[in-house]
Design a protein around this ligand. Structure first.
Ligand SMILES: NC(=O)c1ccc[n+]([C@@H]2O[C@H](COP(=O)([O-])OP(=O)(O)OC[C@H]3O[C@@H](n4cnc5c(N)ncnc54)[C@H](OP(=O)(O)O)[C@@H]3O)[C@@H](O)[C@H]2O)c1
Length: 394
């Protein structure tokens, strides 16, 4: 016998302070080991997630299959990694339509897909390199073929929508997904500019912002892709709209219907005397407590985008701060993750048809210059939308 106290039998209470101390030490050791394992796992996963493989070669075209031109990325990186290649022309499945693309538009989302950042994007896009090398989402074009189960759309229909692979001469999209008829009185370029940016503006105002006629609405970043649609849509909902932009865009934002404009290069909107019922923020240049100063007692703030998204979780900093602040104050802070759907595209098509919504097109690039278009967008000062043109289709 060593003289050490024997551990109590299972189910027996510890009797001495010495026993309890031994158990506590053991617990700390176990927790320590778990902590080290979790940290090591997180670091390893982080390294794995952020690791970029070199660009792979183009795949050989299957013999005899029709080809088309498309913008592809065979690795993550800057626009320099983009290639304008011949790839197989897609064939529609039973529930899909084949669209001949006449115009596409670029969005910050394309930039995120291209770079694979924030790194969480790679969990769906592919680890190390993109699983699907195609790029682009927003498109407008003409239906060239339909699958045997397609009912709503037909060959010859002019459509617009969103589907990965829009920077191509052709794409296939399921009829039930984000594709809808383009109004005849709207050009392919105008329609191609709409999907991501305008659906985002609509969902920010209507779904997250619960916008109502007569409300005071502030759009921060009013001159960009999302902002130019948000100003028009907020007016269409009957709101009193204030747009924040730089000096060169004041006239543009006024022309879109804004009742008031604020030049962010001269004035800090969060130091003003106005109180807004709803703030839709595409740039997140201020903190939630700063915005709160200019929000109505029951005001809603919707974060859409940020000028500094970062590669990891930085983009979540302000939304988390906002949600925590919202627990203690009357105002509500929310973040939007827009979702493309045919219902909202149809709503936007109606607004375009009636002239209540128009696309501000800043620049046009041929599809083969997609890299240049993305470089321009990345500077963060586009005036409305940047569009890629293919065969005009008119
Ligand atoms: N949450 C979602 O589901 C979702 C969907 C779509 C987009 N987004 C995000 O929303 C953001 C905007 O997208 P976008 O397509 O509108 O981008 P964009 O077209 O590149 O917008 C750039 C605009 O931001 C303005 N801007 C830059 N700095 C500003 C500042 N300090 N104050 C006010 N305005 C400023 C620029 O105006 P000036 O030239 O006058 O500076 C420019 O017009 C991006 O971060 C994007 O990733 C999120």
């Amino acid at each position: 016998m060593s003289g050490q106290p024997r551990p109590p039998a299972a189910g027996t209470a510890y009797t001495t302070a010495g026993d309890a101390a031994v158990v506590m030490k053991l617990r700390y050791k176990v927790l320590g080991v778990i902590g080290v394992l979790v940290a090591a796992g997180a670091i390893t996963f982080g390294q794995f997630l952020s690791h970029s493989l070199p660009c792979g070669p183009a795949s050989a075209l299957p013999a005899g299959s029709p080809a088309m031109k498309a913008v592809v990325q065979r690795c993550y990186g800057s626009p320099d990694v983009l290639r304008f290649e011949d790839v197989p022309k897609p064939v529609p499945a039973a529930d899909e339509v084949l669209v001949k693309v006449h115009a596409a538009s670029v969005n910050p989302l394309d930039w995120h897909y291209l770079q694979g950042t924030p790194y969480l994007v790679r969990m769906s896009r592919g680890f190390g390199k993109p699983e699907d090398p195609r790029l682009g989402v927003d498109f407008a074009g003409t239906i060239e073929a339909v699958g045997r189960d397609v009912r709503r759309l037909k060959v010859g229909d002019e459509v617009f929508g969103g589907k990965l692979g829009a920077f191509s001469e052709y794409l296939t999209v399921r009829e039930a997904r984000a594709v809808t008829a383009k109004p005849r009185n709207v050009s392919f370029e105008q329609a191609a500019a709409v999907p991501i940016a305008a659906v985002t503006a609509l969902q920010a105002l209507r779904d997250k912002g619960k916008i109502r006629a007569g409300e005071k609405v502030l759009i921060n970043g009013a001159s960009g892709g999302v902002g130019t649609y948000a100003v028009q849509l907020a007016k269409a909902f009957g709101a009193e709209v204030t747009g924040v932009c730089s000096t060169k865009n004041l006239e543009l934002v006024r022309s879109l219907g804004a009742d008031h404009v604020i030049d962010y290069t001269h004035e800090d909107v969060t130091r003003g005397t106005e109180h807004y019922d709803l703030i839709v923020d595409t740039v997140s240049t201020h903190s939630p407590p700063d915005y709160r100063r200019v929000m109505a007692p029951k005001g809603i703030y919707v974060m859409v985008g940020s000028t500094e998204p970062g590669n990891w979780f930085g983009f979540l900093g302000k939304p988390i701060e906002g949600v925590l602040l919202g627990l203690f104050v009357g105002q509500q802070f929310d973040m939007l993750l827009a979702e493309l759907n045919p219902r909202d595209l149809a709503t936007l098509a109606d607004l375009m048809r009636s002239g209540k919504l128009t696309s501000v097109i800043d620049r046009r690039y041929p599809l083969s210059d997609t890299a240049e278009a993305l470089r321009y967008l990345e500077k963060g000062h586009a005036r409305g939308k940047v569009v890629l043109t293919l065969d005009s289709g008119e």
